[in-house]
Design a protein around this ligand. Structure first.
Ligand code: C2O
Ligand code: CU
Length: 427
């Protein structure tokens, strides 16, 4: 609803139960329902507020992943909501159109809260995304695709025991928007899928066996131009928008193929040989025409010459630069208005990724080489292939606050919970 020019959303975290597999009830958590949450949507320039209520038996929080907003509204571990409590963050949407998402971020408990089902999409619109020739009828040819994997026991219980797996739990049941064996009826020549890796640990390589797709957007919004590709690798927390062309009366299967994880020591243990169906697209016998995707999508770019500070981050086990997350310690202090380069390196021979709150960054280079086209856009989360150095450039435009920090962390949520996270202030 809109009140006094503010778009107001309501989210209530609650317990529920979901039948993912026939005859099995799983205890799940959801926002405003049994599992997952509604898609929130707002336009650049809009004032928004969210009334968040916590009806769970334990504290939670809601973080707006990818959103540029004041740190006090960020929903990290410093903004936990006690059971029975409410929280009302508000901010102005001040960033390009993009596919963002929201999820809990309670200290040390993020993995389970997301795994149980607390997550949803937050779509931002602006003039640039509206004029890019992309399919945009929500639920028809513009479809949210939240991909998650779980382990469902014989009695329906959601297992979250990762059996000592280094990355966390790799599920044996994959679901899209909470549905196992999901399909979508396609009625147009082109369909836009907003892919979100909402898993806690698994990295996917999305694609089709029989066709390429056009990758049009990554975490923070449109690419400069569409990229034709056959695989889209997404680690936990990352998003991508793809446009798929369909022929009348045919089906196409979105799958996850064996992901390229880089130089990991035990690739099979972390999902590198897993491939499976994700979503079936079923085209009607007649398809309405779709506009072609524009050949130029967006203009943006941060200049390396504007960067005044370089910081280095080494991810090792559950530590960043030798330290585990400490709620009482500020790790970095950034000057408001500055552009910085963050050099990030995963020194382990196993997967990590890196997520920064508040900003969208660009990848300057990976081991000195320019990023591949699919990583050349605006990002807030990036997969870190082992033993490679990713140089990220980002600008901390505004929202100086000497009290409330933002987070940076690995988005493999077990790692985050176990300490692979740090805090920065913008002052
Ligand atoms: Cu998606 Cu710090 O989170
Ligand atoms: Cu990690």
């Amino acid at each position: 609803r809109v009140e006094d020019g503010v778009r107001i959303f309501e989210l209530t975290a609650q317990e529920g139960s979901t039948s993912f597999l026939p005859g099995k009830e799983s205890e799940t958590w959801g926002f405003n329902g049994d599992h997952l949450g509604p898609t929130l949507r707002a336009e650049r320039g809009e004032e928004v507020a969210v009334e968040v209520a916590n009806e769970l038996d334990e504290a939670t929080s809601v973080h707006w992943h990818g959103m540029h907003l004041p740190p006090e509204m960020d929903g990290g571990p410093h903004q936990e909501i006690e059971p029975g409590g409410t929280w009302r963050p508000h901010w102005e949407i001040d960033q390009p159109g993009a596919t963002l998402w929201y999820h809990p971020h309670p200290h040390g408990r993020t993995e389970e809260h997301v795994y149980r089902g607390l997550a949803g999409m937050f779509i931002l619109d602006d003039a640039e995304t509206a004029s890019a020739g992309l399919p945009d009828e929500y639920g028809v040819d513009d479809v949210p695709v939240i991909v998650q994997d779980k382990v469902i026991a014989d009695d329906g219980a959601l297992e979250l025991d990762s059996d000592g797996n280094e990355v966390g739990l790799l599920g044996s049941t994959v679901m899209v928007n909470g549905t196992v064996g999901a399909y979508h009826d396609v009625t147009t020549e082109r369909v836009r899928l907003r892919l979100l890796n909402g898993s806690t640990a698994r990295t996917y390589a999305f694609g089709f066996e029989d066709r390429t797709v056009q990758l049009v957007a990554t975490d923070g919004g449109l690419l400069r131009a569409p990229v034709t590709t056959d695989r889209v690798r997404l680690s936990p927390g990352e998003r991508a928008e793809i446009v798929v062309e369909m022929e009348p009366g045919t089906t196409a299967r979105l799958r996850s193929f064996e992901p390229e994880l880089g130089a990991v020591a035990a690739p099979f243990a972390v999902g590198a040989n897993d491939s499976f169906d994700v979503l079936e697209l079923r085209a009607a016998s007649e398809l309405a025409p779709s506009e072609p995707v524009a050949s130029k999508l967006a203009e943006f770019g941060l200049a390396e010459s504007d960067a005044t500070v370089t910081r280095t981050f080494e991810l090792d086990g559950r530590k960043i630069n030798g330290q585990k997350m400490d709620m009482g310690r500020i790790d970095e202090v950034v000057e408001v208005g500055s552009t910085e380069i963050w050099e990030v390196r995963n020194v382990n021979l196993s997967p990590h990724n890196f997520h920064v709150h508040d900003v969208q960054f660009e990848i300057l280079d990976i081991d000195g080489e320019p990023p591949p086209p699919d990583l050349a856009g605006r990002k807030d989360t990036v997969y870190l292939e082992p033993r490679r150095t990713y140089r990220l450039i980002m600008r901390f435009e505004d929202y100086a606050d000497p009290t409330w920090p933002y987070m940076f962390h690995c988005h493999l949520l077990l790692h985050e919970d176990e300490g692979l996270m740090g805090q920065f202030l913008v002052v």
